[in-house]
Unconditional design. Structure first.
Length: 355
């Protein structure tokens, strides 16, 4: 199947990291436990095509901006995005344990949305989460209070989250004069260059692993940081970034479930049994790497098939084909909104700071 993906990977093979598509090609071509199904990707593309024809966009509901306070300066918005993405990983609870959740505006928010709600709650309480001094003054105890749960659950990997903030503070001071604006401007408005700078500068964003003797790049949180800037700033100010088509989907837990639902990804019986037993996959294991890399490859395949459908339809003239990051957003929300329907499809779980 990987030969059917008509993309010149040399366009992406530059800089300090292999592009995730280049890494995904290697993994998909040698994978044992996960395969991509071309007919399934076509069916997924047709589903997205139907959404586009009906709505003109894949983004039909409130997304990450619903937690963003009103009236922030561009610099404050930049701090908001960076803080969230520095803490955006690993929200799942052990089997039988309650989920981490935060009540905001009369609703309980879990997972990433729980994190965003917790940061918004802290902002409402006067905590300077949108200012650089936050990184200098935050202690593990203060972060524990900010991320307190309104359920009986707790947020996983709290110490690691605090260590990420401490790392961010040190790196920003040492390499960028304490300025997030300098970090972003150092990429000269190039989306992929900013991904590389973030991943190279901040070890907690350096989402690379070894697989069959080769270094594999996923770079999930570095890519989502760049994508979030584009989304929050609507392509202006700090979101004025060129080359967003170079970003891939963000390899995590939920999107692979949607890809299973559309029969794009097929798991081996061995992997399925492990997931059904509730086994936690080790970070960097062949199982985990194959799920994530195959998801990257599958979404790119869907994007190309969707592009062909869009370009051949007169009713969508002038409507740009969604980027991989936009398809990712849709599939992530699709999995969340169809949770009961997808309950029979196992989600892999890995304790890691990278997603």
């Amino acid at each position: 199947l990987y030969y059917n993906l008509c993309i010149d990977l040399h366009l992406f093979a530059f800089g300090m990291f292999d592009h995730p598509l280049e890494s995904a090609q290697f993994v998909v071509s040698t994978a044992v436990h996960v395969t991509c199904n071309a007919q399934g990707s076509l069916e997924a593309a047709r589903h997205l095509f139907g959404v586009l024809r009906e709505q003109g966009t894949l983004q039909n509901e409130k997304s990450k901006d619903e937690y963003l306070p009103e009236g922030l300066s561009d610099t404050e918005k930049l701090h908001w995005v960076f803080l969230l993405d520095t803490l955006n990983f690993c929200f799942w609870a052990n089997h039988g344990d309650p989920m981490f959740g935060v009540c905001l505006n009369g609703r309980l928010h879990t997972g990433y949305r729980g994190l965003a709600a917790a940061i918004r709650r802290a902002y409402n309480d006067g905590v300077p989460v949108c200012q650089s001094l936050f990184y200098d003054t935050i202690s593990e105890e203060k972060l524990c209070h900010i991320l307190r749960s309104d359920t009986e659950g707790t947020i996983p990997l709290l110490k690691e989250r605090w260590m990420n903030i401490s790392e961010a503070c040190s790196v920003l001071k040492e390499k960028f004069g304490g300025s997030l604006e300098k970090l972003v401007s150092s990429a000269n408005n190039e989306a992929w260059r900013l991904v590389e700078i973030v991943a190279d500068s901040f070890p907690s964003y350096r989402d690379v692993i070894m697989y069959k003797g080769r270094t594999i790049s996923m770079l999930k949180r570095a890519q989502i940081f760049v994508s979030d800037l584009w989304f929050i700033f609507q392509g202006k100010s700090f979101g004025d970034l060129k080359g967003l088509e170079k970003l891939t989907m963000f390899a995590d837990y939920r999107v692979p479930q949607s890809l299973q639902y559309f029969n794009v990804l097929k798991y081996s019986s061995d992997l399925l049994e492990k997931l059904k037993r509730g086994e936690v996959l080790s970070a960097g294991s062949d199982y985990e790497v194959e799920i994530r890399a195959s998801s990257i490859w599958a979404v790119e395949l869907i994007r190309q098939q969707l592009s062909q459908l869009v370009s051949g339809d007169d009713s969508l003239k002038g409507v740009p084909c969604p980027k991989s990051v936009e398809i990712d957003y849709y599939l992530w929300k699709f999995a969340k909104s169809h949770a009961e329907e997808m309950d029979h499809l196992p989600i892999h779980h890995t304790r890691t700071i990278y997603y």
